[in-house]
Design a protein around this ligand. Structure first.
Ligand SMILES: [Zn+2]
Length: 232
């Protein structure tokens, strides 16, 4: 997988850090923070996670989902979003929220509200800018596929890996919401049912593949301890 740094990501990063110190200071005091991320196998889109000062851990989970967990998803899951990602705006602002008054997991925005990215800038290299929000805590408690989630929980509860599994599951949920809203951005006319079907399939198959690999490595550990016992 190509791990070249995205040129646009570098340009936006430079832009953010080269602004006058006083401007950045005001932004910092107001509690505004940004993290940039790109998928490891494609230079675009570049994601700007915009968050409040108290949420660096939540922002970090989104960044990790994009930069690492995407690569862990089965190839057919990633393939199902290649066209959508290719048509997405070059720069996508993700407003990280804890919750939404309406109770939704996320929305795409018709207008870019994040002031820093609302106006075109040389650093964006002519890239279109889109925006969405993600309600992190709602995603965390979302019962995406209740039967499957419960079944996997009981498998992982036996080991010490339940927390690891829950963190991984959360990041696949965040990814699937991000991809879902990007799909809406690219195809505003697409029916909700089709958009949801694709993002749920991404979530379901990624999680199943993760669980299968985890089980295999667990079985491998058990086998090894058995064979060691056999030698004694
Ligand atoms: Zn939707």
């Amino acid at each position: 997988m190509n791990i070249e740094p995205s040129p646009l990501l570098q340009a936006v990063e430079n832009y953010l850090t080269s602004r006058p110190r006083s401007t950045r200071w005001v932004e910092w005091l107001a509690g505004r923070r940004y993290r940039l991320a790109a998928f490891p196998d494609r230079p675009l889109p570049v994601l700007v996670v915009a968050y409040r000062y108290r949420d660096p851990a939540r922002a970090g989970q989104i960044v990790r989902a994009i930069e690492q967990d995407w690569a862990e998803a089965p190839p057919h899951c990633r393939e199902s979003y290649q066209k959508i990602l290719a048509q997405a705006p070059g720069l996508v602002v993700v407003q990280l929220r804890r919750g939404n008054v309406c109770g939704c997991l996320g929305h795409r925005h018709l207008l870019v509200k994040e002031a820093l990215f609302a106006e075109p800038h040389d650093a964006f290299g002519g890239a279109a800018v889109g925006e969405m929000d993600i309600a992190f805590d709602r995603v965390e408690h979302w019962l995406a596929l209740p039967l499957m989630d419960t079944a996997l929980d009981t498998q992982f509860v036996a080991g010490s890996r339940l927390q690891e599994f829950h963190d991984q599951r959360l990041r696949f949920r965040l990814l699937s919401i991000l991809l879902h809203e990007t799909h809406h951005m690219v195809a505003p006319q697409a029916p909700e049912e089709a958009v949801r079907e694709r993002s749920l399939a991404f979530y379901r198959d990624s999680l199943a593949s993760y669980a299968e690999n985890a089980r295999a490595s667990l079985a491998f550990t058990i086998d090894r301890s058995f064979s060691r016992l056999g030698k004694e």
